[in-house]
Design a protein around this ligand. Structure first.
Ligand SMILES: [Ca+2]
Ligand SMILES: [Ca+2]
Ligand SMILES: [Ca+2]
Ligand SMILES: [Ca+2]
Length: 364
């Protein structure tokens, strides 16, 4: 009996010990972790098959743009709107007048050191139209819009004549003599802040606005691939010429043009709200902020009314003749002396001081 009992005890103990060694939760040897699952290794055959396939087509970022309409190559010329120009005073490193910072009127086609850039000095602009298009022709003193300095040109449209620009047609070089829009964009201001707080005055320093923030046409991409175009050297009064679809407006609007070779940022318009007059400097020698500071290489114009008769109080509207003042020499033509301080002839040895003095200054 005892022999049998001992034999059973020994065999039972051996069996328990053998089982314990196979149970992972009892095993103390941490080096005997379960073997990892086998990794699937691609076979050489897979690579060979892929290598033999033609390369996949690369995604393209140049969608095909199909134009339906192009503007006329011979639009008419509209009534001329005049801007101040600086050609005659440029050798004296100054603008004659016409730079009224407070009211967003600039005449500074100059580098910061007052070096003159005639290719961005606006002299006149005019608007004409046909059945489908408005044409905005811009006359510059210089004849090379492709000046290496890099000049952007723009057309600002104020649809409701409240002084806050609503749309800008914005173009960058290179310009060609054929109509193109590979260098044209159109932006909108959807939150009504292009003039900051006041449409009539500078609100500087004011930096919380986003100007024309919404891109609605990008070099042919947009709801209408033909929305806006530009060409250069199209005629005496058209060193730069824009065309845009009439559908962009309701037919009544105010419009002005600009040339910009420095900031070139439509989200920062109106620039007069960004910089104080002191920081921006002035191109007019008699101004206490002369010479130019942080805002230079920028020329813009007053805005003219199209499709409606203005009441004369629209912000940024081109000045009207004063009562009793001689009417324009031609019907519909704006006088050639915009601004409150038109230049006058001075005696020999004297020159016109412009704003704010409005008088002749003579060499003593
Ligand atoms: Ca000018
Ligand atoms: Ca507006
Ligand atoms: Ca303002
Ligand atoms: Ca805006």
């Amino acid at each position: 009996m005892n022999y049998k009992k001992n034999t059973v005890l020994i065999l039972s103990t051996a069996a328990i010990l053998a089982l314990a060694c196979t149970l992972p939760f009892l095993a103390k040897d941490t080096t005997s972790a379960p073997a990892p699952l086998p990794i699937s290794v691609p076979t050489a055959t897979v690579f060979v098959e892929e290598a033999n396939q033609p390369p996949p087509a690369l995604p393209t970022n140049t969608p095909v743009i199909i134009h339906v309409m192009t503007p006329s190559i011979a639009p008419s010329t509209g009534s001329i709107v005049y801007d101040v120009f600086s050609k005659d005073t440029a050798p004296e490193k100054r603008a004659p007048y016409g730079d009224s910072y407070d009211i967003n009127r600039f005449e500074r086609p100059f580098m910061q050191d007052m070096t003159y850039v005639s290719d961005m000095d606006i002299v006149t602009y005019n608007l004409s139209q046909d059945a489908d298009w408005y044409y905005i022709s811009v006359e510059l003193i210089g004849g090379n819009p492709n000046n290496i300095i890099g000049i952007n040109y723009g057309v600002e449209i104020d649809n409701d004549a409240d002084g806050f620009g609503d749309v800008i047609i914005w173009a960058e070089p290179p310009y060609t003599t054929e109509w193109t829009n590979t260098n044209v964009q159109v932006f909108e201001d959807k939150n009504h802040d292009t003039s900051g707080l006041s449409a009539e005055l500078s609100d500087a320093p004011f930096d919380t606005t986003d100007g024309y923030e919404s891109l609605i046409f990008d070099r042919g991409l947009g709801d209408d691939p033909d929305l806006a175009w530009i060409r250069s050297n199209a005629g005496m009064k058209a060193t730069i010429q824009f065309a845009f679809k009439k559908s962009l407006t309701d037919g009544t609007f105010m419009l002005g043009v600009l040339a910009d070779a420095y900031l070139k940022d439509v989200t920062k318009l109106d620039y007069c709200d960004r910089f104080t007059a002191e920081v921006a400097g002035s191109p007019v020698r008699s101004n206490k902020n002369y010479p130019l500071g942080e805002l230079y290489l920028y020329d813009n114009t007053c805005r003219e009314a199209f499709g409606f008769t203005p009441n004369g109080y629209e912000p940024q509207l081109c000045p009207r003749p004063e009562p009793g003042e001689a009417p324009p020499s031609q019907p519909g033509v704006t006088p050639a002396t915009p601004g409150p301080c038109p230049p006058q002839a001075c005696a020999a040895g004297c020159w016109w001081m412009g704003e704010p003095e409005c008088k002749c200054q003579c060499i003593k």
